[in-house]
Design a protein around this ligand. Structure first.
Ligand code: AKG
Ligand code: FE2
Length: 288
């Protein structure tokens, strides 16, 4: 198992993307699609040149189908994502879940790097990893995701020739994983049927997520999540002390009773706790 994770992580780091075939049973994906069908039908087309006028999108997928948790928490996918992101954070966070339906006659999407939504320095670190679960088979004809292999290595290249884009053919149950630094875009759909996929993306635990996870999964929703899923959507601190409520872990909001008065309690990494404690000891030494 772990060697498959390492192999995929190595391909992802080398090419900027990888395909993990048969990550789940196609039956699971069919069940999810059935749950999402009414929402696809009721959702209006997007507006704007980036989202695409012949494309439908909706988020908050953990509340749209109970089976989405199986995708968001897929252990091997999480292992691969963590290999890419943990060098720069203590824990990863859910960045978004989004269903995307590209309709016939949609134009190709602007090639972009998803990490450019954050204005920090680029090149030395990864900000996010995208995980695309196809609901329909992705092909070049129907708007499968276009990717530029190796484009993660030079962030100064704004665009690359269209004929150098690869479109991996993936079927329901497979998963396409790509870095936030990889140049990519949805494809144009020259076929007669819509192309549907689900993107689940993960970012460094200290970033502002694309989709505001605490608002789309407020405490009354997240309290029904497993502790691990609640932590992934943000009900956990990122040490030191980032993302707290009254100086405590935000998971206090998921309990039956939230005390009105709470002590702020440090949540530090061991090295930070040690440095702070040593400083306090030295100050006490000065006093005596
Ligand atoms: O739909 C796709 O294949 C990719 C969409 C995408 O990259 C985006 O919306 O950021
Ligand atoms: Fe994108």
């Amino acid at each position: 198992m772990s060697s498959a994770v390492d192999r995929h992580a190595a391909t992802l780091a080398r090419d900027g993307w990888c395909v993990f075939g048969r990550a789940v049973e196609p039956r699971l994906i069919a069940g999810i699609e059935a749950d999402l069908n009414p929402r696809f039908a009721a959702t209006p087309l997007c507006q704007g040149a980036f989202y695409g006028e012949r494309t439908k999108r909706f988020g908050s997928l953990l509340t749209r189908s109970p089976m989405i948790e199986r995708l968001a928490m897929h252990p091997m996918v999480l292992d691969i994502v963590e290999q890419m992101l943990l060098p720069w954070c203590e824990r990863i966070a859910l960045n978004l879940t989004q269903a995307i339906e590209i309709h016939p006659n949609a134009l190709p999407q602007l090639p972009h790097r998803d990490q450019d939504m954050w204005q920090g320095p680029k090149g030395g670190l990864e900000y996010l990893v995208n995980v695309m679960w196809p609901l329909t088979t992705f092909t070049r004809e129907n708007g499968g995701t276009r990717l530029w292999t190796g484009s993660q290595f030079d962030q100064n290249v704004p665009a690359l020739p269209e004929d150098e884009a690869v479109v991996p053919v993936v079927v329901p149950g497979d998963v396409l994983i790509f870095l936030g630094s990889t140049l990519h875009g949805g494809g144009g759909n020259a076929s007669a049927a819509p192309r549907r996929g689900i993107v689940i993306s993960y970012c460094l635990g200290w970033l502002k997520p694309f989709e505001l996870q605490w608002l789309v999964y407020p405490p009354q929703v997240a309290r029904h999540f497993s502790p691990e899923l609640a932590a992934l959507v943000g009900y956990v601190q990122h040490r030191p002390n980032l993302g707290n409520v009254e100086g405590q872990c935000p998971s206090i909001l998921l309990g039956d009773h939230v005390p009105d008065h709470l002590a702020a309690v440090d949540a530090l990494r061991p090295d930070q706790a040690e440095a702070a404690a040593m400083f306090v000891r030295s100050q006490m030494g000065e006093l005596s």
